[in-house]
Design a protein around this ligand. Structure first.
Ligand code: AHR
Length: 492
């Protein structure tokens, strides 16, 4: 048993924890869209107009706030007109990046319908790499225009009587890589062109530029915008982490994955600093982490990038969500990659079988933070010397935490991750600026950090309700080794 402490400064607000920080990402990759979401109207698998019912229900249950589509790398080779109109007339295309063909059965209408069923905002990534500003503008017009134009009429002909009102638009994806291998200055020039025509039509839309975890790309891209801050609303970055086998990992690899997640802290600091020296006070530009997660070496193209999802991955997700909560004055959206059957998915399917992953339950546990005010915390715990895959070492604190308070100041939410593989923690929690009346706890834990759910054992990792000792301004919570705990504390 080791000691840890957390001071929650209830009066020291960071900002609002936008529900969009708990967003998701789907791509035409492996069995994410096909099977995971789209089963077709004639499928024996229960569906609503072709969309898998249990996937919708599961995402609704965690209040999934936003879904990004169609990629990923797929986006910069996607031509939206292939995916609208009668399904039997849609062309079959080569899926350039993910090694199969796409029948375009799941296009814009199906995506928007899926989002509406879930209750999530649609976030569309437009094609810059192999597309044109005219194509992107036509897509926005098709989705959002309410007048009598060609594309608005086409949408109506295809069953979309009302505009889809898609607010979130990405202008390309990873344009430093699969999205066209641009130099930052070249992408800045392309971005200016695309955004000029999109902004003119989408005054109320939010446009997201492709950023990077390197300062060099962000700096050169932002300088290349030549002060046209009216064209950009958000800068996106991606962060994937990896260390060892998906289930058969060593103790060192357990810590290495968690330590890799902390790189996001540096990524966000870098992004903020680079925005400060370029945009400065001219306009608030949010950072969107529109792809993140653990990407195990077992997730390969041949297997559709499917991977197991252990309690270690859940701890990684909780670590990242704590980071987002603690950076909620900068991070405006985040999207875990990828919702079903691909990478760190929250849902798995095998034909008719359906189960939820350990990571799903982290989103379930953290839900009470959504929309709250993030408040500053000071966590103290022992550190472990984590060796990262690149050979560097990092002092990984055993305790990860974040806290928030509801609008009326009646309830605080405290999330606590014990990242020790084998030591339970006794965590002293002190509320600064408030006092607790009572509380409740939900916990994700299993005997082994490699425990994971499967069709045969769908509840190997599932949350349990527990007691919370919250009383007065200070109390102690036991945190079992490799566990995630979320407390809801009623304030006096
Ligand atoms: O999520 C899988 C791929 O990872 C995405 O298509 C791409 O954007 C990233 O490199």
């Amino acid at each position: 048993m080791a000691d840890a402490s957390l001071v929650v400064h209830l009066d020291d607000a960071i900002g609002t924890i936008s529900p969009l920080l708990y967003g998701h990402f789907i791509e035409h990759l492996g069995r994410c869209v096909d099977e995971g979401i789209w089963v077709g109207e004639d499928s024996p698998i229960p569906n609503v107009g072709g969309i898998r019912t249990r996937t919708v229900e599961a995402l609704k249950a965690i209040a999934a706030p936003v879904i990004r589509w169609p990629g990923g790398c797929f986006a910069d080779d996607y031509h939206w007109q292939d995916g609208v109109g009668p399904r039997d007339r849609r062309p079959r295309r080569v899926n350039l990046w993910w090694g199969n063909e796409d029948d375009n059965a799941f296009g814009t209408h199906e995506f928007v319908r899926f989002c509406r069923l879930v209750g999530a905002e649609p976030y569309i990534c437009a094609n810059v790499g192999s597309g044109t500003p005219a194509e992107a503008k036509a897509w926005l017009e098709y989705c959002n225009y309410d007048g009598d134009s060609h594309y608005a009429r086409l949408r109506r002909e295809h069953g979309g009587a009302e505009p889809f009102d898609v607010k979130w638009w990405g202008i390309g994806n990873e344009n430093w890589g699969c999205g066209g291998h641009f130099e930052p200055e070249e992408y800045a020039a392309a971005y200016r062109r695309f955004a000029t025509y999109l902004r003119q039509l989408g005054k109320r839309c939010r446009f997201v530029a492709c950023g990077h975890t390197t300062r060099d790309w962000n700096l050169r891209f932002l300088q290349g915008l030549r002060g046209r801050w009216d064209l950009i609303d958000h800068l996106s970055i991606h962060r994937y982490v990896q260390a060892g086998h998906e289930t058969d990992f060593t103790d060192a690899e357990f810590y290495a994955v968690l330590s890799e997640c902390i790189r996001l802290d540096d990524d966000l600091r870098q992004a903020r600093g680079t925005l400060d020296v370029t945009v400065g006070g001219a306009k608030p530009i949010g950072v969107i982490v529109d792809e993140w997660g653990v990407w195990h070496p077992q997730a390969r193209a041949a297997g559709g990038h499917v991977q197991e999802n252990t309690l270690r991955d859940a701890l990684a997700a909780a670590t990242v969500l704590d980071l987002f909560n603690n950076w909620c004055d900068l991070v405006t959206m985040a999207n875990l990659a990828q919702t079903v059957n691909v990478l760190q998915s929250v849902i798995r399917t095998e034909g008719e079988a359906f189960w939820l992953t350990a990571t799903y339950y982290v989103f379930d546990l953290y839900r009470p933070h959504m929309g709250n005010t993030g408040v500053r915390t000071v966590a103290e715990s022992d550190v472990v010397d984590a060796k990262r895959p690149d050979g560097s070492t990092h002092d990984l604190p055993l305790l990860s935490a974040s806290a928030s308070a509801d609008a009326k100041g009646r309830r605080a939410v405290v999330s606590l991750v014990n990242r020790s593989l084998d030591a339970d923690l006794e965590c002293c929690i002190r509320l600064d600026g408030g006092s607790a009346q009572s509380g409740s706890a939900r916990r994700l834990w299993a005997e082994s950090a490699s425990a994971h759910n499967s069709a045969q054992r769908p509840d190997a990792v599932a949350p349990v309700e527990g007691d919370c000792a919250a009383s007065g301004s200070e109390w102690t919570e036991p945190l079992p080794a490799h566990s995630v705990t979320v407390l809801q504390v009623n304030l006096t």
